[in-house]
Write a new protein. Structure first.
Length: 158
């Protein structure tokens, strides 16, 4: 039996509860810059702002059903066309090798919808799986101090 192809679609307010459950999962929070549990009201305000902003793109990855998210935010103070990526694989979909496919699908959508030249990923220095994921995807570590590593990838020749 052939698996459904992995696709991404723009998130909607109808995804709010699912996205919040993934956001509040302990495995997700462990590596997040903001590790606290988020209340539904706060999440709804955040989601409404993300969906309304031209400087943010939030996609839901699906493979026969939702399996994760990938978000891109314009990075202020960087060169034009620089975005930061954030990726989450749904707790029930982890360990299936989906993260690289979710990231690649998100990058394709970003390039198709916006003038993106460079993508940054901020990853906790102890998050070996994410560091390896971004390394395999062509991101290089930049010399930023602190507990989070910033990796960069040029999309201009990708």
């Amino acid at each position: 039996m052939t698996e459904a192809p992995l696709t991404v679609r723009e998130a909607t307010e109808g995804d709010a509860e699912l996205l919040l459950a993934w956001r509040n999962d302990p495995g997700t929070r462990r590596w997040s810059r903001a590790g606290e549990v988020v209340a539904l009201e706060d999440h709804m305000r955040w989601l409404e702002g993300v969906l309304a902003s031209p400087d943010r793109l939030l996609f839901v990855a699906e493979e026969g059903g939702p399996v994760g998210t990938v978000r891109f935010d314009v990075v202020e103070g960087e060169s034009v066309g620089t975005w930061e990526v954030s990726i989450t694989v749904a707790p029930g979909s982890r360990g299936r090798g989906l993260a690289g496919r979710v990231l690649a699908a998100g990058e394709r959508e970003l390039r198709g919808l916006r003038s993106a030249r460079r993508v940054l990923a901020t990853v906790h220095e102890d998050n070996v799986a994410s560091l390896a994921l971004f390394g395999r995807a062509g991101y290089a570590v930049t010399p930023e101090p602190g507990p989070f590593r910033v990796l960069a990838k040029s999309l201009e020749n990708a």
